[in-house]
Write a protein that binds this ligand. Sequence first.
Ligand code: HEM
Length: 223
Amino acid sequence: MALMGPGASMVLFARHVTTAAHILALVVAILMIVWVVHYQGGANINSEDSNTVFNVHPLVMCLGFILMIGEAIMVYKTFPMHRIGQKMIHMMLQFFALVLGIFGIYVAFKYHSMSETQNMTTLHSWLGICTICLFGLQWLFGFLVFWCPKAPEMTREMAAPVHVTAGIGIFFMTICTAETGLMEKSIAPNSLSEGQVINFTGLFILLFGVAVTVTVALRRISV
Ligand code: HEM
């Protein structure tokens, strides 16, 4: 049965925002790959060149962490399937994001040790460590309460809004971290066009974050 009235337009608007979020994710992924491959000469964890090793960091943090978290948050809108299936995909995607996030940070440390620069000196690195720790705790909390051993229904109902709010907060921390990391690279780009690619990447990451948040907010009032 077709929906009508203000509720229907809200559902339609929510769908458009979610579509916009997916498109933004694709644009961010393309820009990041163009930056790393075309402007930075590629990424390789086993390279002798510290810069080529470093390039794995933004690539993985962007595609494997930020975009993956955003998509995991929107699973309930993206996959029209049984709730248990949606929860399973949500939990698994967040788990992969956590593993890739830890790997991405390991790469940043490896780069610092190869280039003999001190660790944890920048605002970016401080934000990054806080974010990954909070993300890990959030995942563990979600897993224990909603999956295994799984809290009683009343506790789960009370925990759900906390889980959603904290999740969005931590997601925005990942975006702030990426923005500060991109800023470090946009201060002295190798060319004007490289600077523009970096700036557009940062801009679209932010818009992606906004679209994901609006998707979550609209889901809660339109479903
Ligand atoms: C587009 C995404 C990103 C870019 C362009 C980027 C860029 C950088 C740069 C240039 C460095 C080396 C300089 C420094 O220590 O600040 C770095 C290190 C670091 N990044 Fe990122 N980053 C990105 C995403 C992230 C994210 C999402 C996190 C964590 C959630 C993160 C965590 C870290 C940490 C912890 C270090 C410090 C490692 C050390 O001190 O040895 N980065 N990143």
